[in-house]
Design a protein around this ligand. Structure first.
Ligand SMILES: Nc1ncnc2c1ncn2[C@@H]1O[C@H](COP(=O)(O)OP(=O)(O)OP(=O)(O)O)[C@@H](O)[C@H]1O
Ligand SMILES: [Mg+2]
Length: 258
């Protein structure tokens, strides 16, 4: 639940790809501990917005502030070090690697020993690896995937793969978690599970969540506030009830089959 202070402030972001205006002058803020949804039709610019926040895309105009520090351009490593993690619309997991090892990749940023020592498992590197493994095991318990810890990710059903991707992001112990359609392609039961995990992360760890999602039932259920994009422009911003009653939003998005 939101406690009021702004953790992430997006100001006047514009992003172009050649002649395509993916984002036009977008501003919104995200408050500490809230679940903030971004919705809108296909191609509206939702993923591009997350890519600007986490430094994958460099917008031509605007700025992004994180806890009051303003950045014109972010790079992915800086963003991760500031405590922002994300999951991807198209899974970015190593399919041949086990669940455990995939989630372990989320710890890379926090590993201090060099890879050579790690490979040899000597001295501080060995102790460090054990500490990282303990964090990863806690995440595996939290996500209730103990039975699959040694299974290659590619052999798991899609819904569980999405859960592993969430685990990989959680392994970074983020303060802000950016989720790009975490429930896409899931059946009803898998969606319910994912909703519960997202809310548990939000409530138990106090993690701020920015969520792109097409399922309006889910969005209305779990988000504190919603931003609505359409053709790269912001057409709505408010509580789920406010957004649901907004004429522009109904015309552009809610009036359709979503
Ligand atoms: N790397 C890129 N190069 C060129 N154009 C891009 C790139 N990424 C996004 N776009 C364009 O920017 C616009 C917004 O795309 P984006 O993927 O952000 O939309 P979206 O709201 O996430 O859509 P969806 O619901 O389909 O995931 C689209 O017109 C898209 O083609
Ligand atoms: Mg997208």
């Amino acid at each position: 639940m939101a406690d009021g202070s702004v953790i992430l402030d997006v100001r006047n972001i514009s992003l172009r790809f050649g002649g395509v205006k993916a984002l036009s002058d977008i501003s919104f803020d995200v408050r500490e501990h809230e679940v903030r949804a971004i919705i809108g039709p296909n191609g509206a610019g939702k993923s591009s917005m997350l890519n600007c926040i986490n430094g994958v895309y460099q917008p031509q105009e605007g700025s992004i502030s994180f806890r009051g520090k303003t950045f014109k351009h972010m790079n992915s490593r800086q963003v991760a070090e500031m405590g922002v993690a994300r999951t991807f619309q198209n899974l970015a997991l190593f399919k041949g690697m086990s669940v455990l090892d995939n989630i372990m990749t989320g710890r890379n940023l926090r590993m201090k020993s060099n890879l050579f020592l790690q490979a040899l498992r000597i001295g501080p590197a060995e102790r460090e690896e054990m500490a990282h493994r303990a964090v990863v095991e806690r995440i595996i318990d939290f996500l209730e995937i103990q039975a699959h810890r040694k299974t290659p990710v590619g052999r798991l059903p899609y819904g569980l793969q999405k859960r592993v991707d969430l685990g990989r992001a959680l392994a970074m112990e983020p303060q802000v978690l950016l989720l790009d359609e975490p429930m896409a392609g899931m059946n009803v039961e898998e969606k319910q599970d994912m909703c519960r995990f997202i809310l548990d992360v939000n409530e138990e760890f106090g993690t701020t969540i920015v969520l792109i999602e097409h399922d309006m039932g889910v969005v209305m259920d779990i988000s504190d506030r919603v931003v609505v994009l359409d053709y790269g422009k912001k057409i709505g911003d408010g509580t789920p009830d406010e957004v649901r009653g907004n004429e522009d939003v109904i015309r552009a998005y809610l009036g359709t089959s979503h």
